[in-house]
Ligand binder design. Structure first.
Ligand code: SAH
Ligand code: SF4
Length: 343
């Protein structure tokens, strides 16, 4: 009889290494059943590293005076989108810190302009905002939104994001669903204070959110943050988590994250073999990309965008998979739409 992954004890035992070979072959099998051997590519444009927040884990937090800050112009962003289109990338992700100097309207204008010029899906990853702002951006043409819940452990959350409440983050995710975004969330593995029990619960709680996209990466300690002395999240534990999440969420788009690669060279390739079906190369211009230093190793090389894309192509080949030229919507979201239309 197959193990029931809806039971917390089963999740816990696989997180602890009950049977990795079996776990990884199951998750890879499910990924292949749903997505074949295609990998969806998302070009990520990190357009500002200014942030008004104070997250204890992130190098962009406001008290970090050691990094030079940058903000791209709309012309520079459009140039990145142009490269994406030329390279056959069908989704771009616009990500930034919570930059207080960029207005909601400016972002809405940018979204509308991209949608007018290019046949490309837009994912936003711009943090916690109001319902009105999410609505403005959705109406401007944004298709998807990524907002990680970071952890399901309230205490761990409130220690990692001082002055913020976990419930507010959850509310944002609910708003995004209400506004019909393809909605993504996820968490870091190994945040200080997390235990294996709370973590197993988190996987089941995350699954209950019925997400279209799920991002999971190890916590990587940044030297300019209060968490500088904490240990990094374990890579094998992250891969096991990814595999279990795939088994529980067969229709979700799941990236193999760059944090995996930062924590251990080659781990992003392994992620593709154990259930991930998405890869997100950075399209941020070489001039500034090293400054988007959320965690050590993130955008660490000054490689050109073309070189980074070529490296991703190679990695996909090495994983025995192929670069999909599909726009890569989540089957979970498409099913939901179909169901709504039949009601
Ligand atoms: N400002 C936005 C988007 C940028 S941060 C937001 O916070 O949602 C994107 C993600 O990077 C975060 O959700 C977090 O999960 C991840 N991240 C931040 N610091 C990290 C660290 N030290 N190690 C690993 N991942 C980190
Ligand atoms: Fe800002 Fe996001 Fe970093 Fe928090 S995780 S400091 S919100 S960029």
């Amino acid at each position: 009889m197959k193990p029931d992954f809806k039971q917390v004890e089963i999740v816990k035992s696989f997180l602890q290494g009950e049977n990795d070979d079996w776990l990884f072959s199951q998750s890879d099998g499910i990924r292949r059943q749903v997505f074949g051997d295609g990998v969806f590519i998302r070009g990520i444009i990190e357009f500002s590293n200014y942030c008004k927040q104070n997250c204890s884990y992130c190098g962009l937090r406001v008290p970090n005076k050691e990094i030079a800050r940058y903000r791209l112009t709309s012309e520079e962003i459009l140039f990145c989108v142009e490269i994406a289109e030329k390279q056959g990338i069908r989704t771009i992700v616009l990500q930034s810190g919570e930059d207080p100097y960029i207005s909601d309207e400016w972002i809405a204008g940018l979204i509308a302009e991209i949608k007018k010029k290019y046949s490309i899906a837009i994912t936003l990853s711009l943090g916690e905002r109001s319902f009105e702002t999410y609505k403005l951006w959705r109406n401007a043409g944004a298709d998807r939104y990524l907002l990680r819940i970071e952890t399901f452990n309230r205490k761990v959350y409130e220690n990692a994001r001082k002055g913020h409440y976990w419930e507010d983050r959850l509310k944002c995710i609910q708003m995004l669903k209400e506004l019909d975004y393809e909605t993504g969330s996820g968490f870091m593995v190994g945040l200080p204070g997390e235990t294996i029990d709370s973590f197993a619960d988190s996987i089941l709680e995350l699954t209950k959110l019925n997400l279209d996209m799920i991002g999971i990466g190890p916590f990587v300690a940044h030297p300019e943050t209060p968490f500088k002395k904490e240990s990094n999240g374990d890579v094998l534990l992250t891969l096991r988590t990814l595999a279990i999440v795939r088994i529980l969420n067969p229709l979700a788009n799941i990236p193999s994250t760059s944090a995996l690669e930062s924590a251990q060279k080659g781990a992003r390739l392994t992620g593709l073999k154990v259930g991930a079906n998405v890869i997100m190369p950075s399209l941020t211009p070489e001039r500034v990309k090293v400054l988007y230093n959320i965690y050590p190793g993130k955008n660490a090389t000054r490689d050109t965008t073309e070189y980074s894309i070529e490296a991703v192509r190679k990695m996909i080949g090495e994983a025995g998979l192929h670069w999909s030229d599909s726009v890569g919507g989540s089957p979970n979201w498409l099913n939901r739409k179909q169901l709504e239309n039949t009601l």
